[in-house]
Design a protein around this ligand. Structure first.
Ligand code: ZN
Length: 158
């Protein structure tokens, strides 16, 4: 959290124009950057979960009736199929996507912020490559640190 605010502060220091994009989540109160088209709005929710949770709630409300209807139709279709004794068609295999390093809304947020900071459209692929690089580096540093601790323990056993 502290690291996040430190980063946000340094981004705003480097790009003072982005200050007007800083807003506060109306749900959890965290500060975040919003797209310039939403600058000045104070009714937004953060991309760290509140927006998704709110969207889910809204779409649950909207679609529960729809899905109830759909479920009814599906059941009827299955019954009819059984009556006709036709084996259900096998579903085509779904490709397994590479796991994302963080939730999709967060990726979109990072993409927007990186685009704003760099002043050019940054693609999702670039954000993913950047994140994977950062994770690899983080892992390498951590491994080095663990190696150092083990080496020290070997030299000076407790
Ligand atoms: Zn929030």
């Amino acid at each position: 959290m502290l690291a996040y605010y430190a980063l946000l502060r340094s981004v705003l220091r480097a790009q003072p124009a982005l200050r007007q994009c800083r807003t506060r989540c109306r749900h959890c109160g965290i500060f975040f950057l919003t797209h310039p088209r939403n600058a000045g709005r104070e009714d937004l929710r953060c991309p760290f979960g509140c927006r998704a949770a709110h969207g889910r709630r809204q779409s649950d409300l909207r679609s529960s009736a729809y899905y109830q209807d759909l479920a009814g139709k599906e059941k009827k279709r299955a019954l009819n199929a059984r009556r006709r004794k036709t084996p259900p068609r096998p579903l085509p295999p779904t490709p397994v996507p590479e796991p994302l390093p963080c939730p999709a809304p967060l990726l979109q947020y990072l993409r927007m912020v990186t685009s704003l900071v760099e002043g050019r459209p940054v693609s999702l692929a670039e954000v993913l490559a950047m994140l994977r690089r950062a994770v690899r580096q983080h892992r390498m540093v951590r491994t080095r640190r663990i190696d150092q601790i083990i080496a020290q323990l070997n030299e000076h056993p407790p």
